[in-house]
Design a protein around this ligand. Sequence first.
Ligand code: PMT
Length: 214
Amino acid sequence: MKILITAGPTREAIDPVRFISNRSSGRMGYALAAAFLRREDQVLLISGPTTIDIPDHADFIPVESADDMYRAVEKAINDCDIAIFCAAVADYTIAQPEPQKIKKDAETFTLQLTKTKDILGSARDPLNFSGTLVGFAAETQDVELYAKSKRSKKKCDLIIANDVSREGTGFDSTENEVLIISEFETIKLPRQSKENLGHILAEIIADYHRARQE
Ligand code: PMT
């Protein structure tokens, strides 16, 4: 099978040296990539900037911004059986990035932000992806409720929800604790290393995909 995985943060340029980003380390997405590779699946990893080694044998597309990530996904998604969106994509970008480094003359200044494209939310329409679609949901309250609503709004088969307000799990941690939500059930995977979770999630996603084909 061919699996597309997005991972890591995006960077939205303010000027040539400054950007808006977030605390995603890429660990969760890279752990999933490594787990699918161990199953001998083919993996295309589309990743924002991270400091993690690229898993051996993964096809790798490095991207910076949400727009770069959208364009990379748009090109590749319909060659894939499963698409998993683990990246922490910026929801807003800078309306007009400055071509030169901004001088610190003004006491205050305002950045105008515009909405980025929802990459996961575009997978079914307009991108016409008909494979198994897996999203992540990063929530800080009513995790299951909000994640269920994301699953249906973004037309995902599965959504993997994490509570990112907890110390030691979620963003930039080595461990995570997730709920896997399908149309049938919610499965809770207790706190453990992202590597372990990657293997369990890869098996659950692959089983779901197989059942969906039958
Ligand atoms: O990278 P780590 O440090 O290991 O941390 C892992 C993680 C916390 C980043 C990961 O487990 C996670 O939750 N990833 C999703 C983060 C996120 O942006 O969630 P969200 O609830 O805001 O977005 C919902 C879904 O839409 C996600 O699948 C996201 O990739 C996708 N999205 C969001 C905005 C956008 N413009 N395009 C998207 O595709």
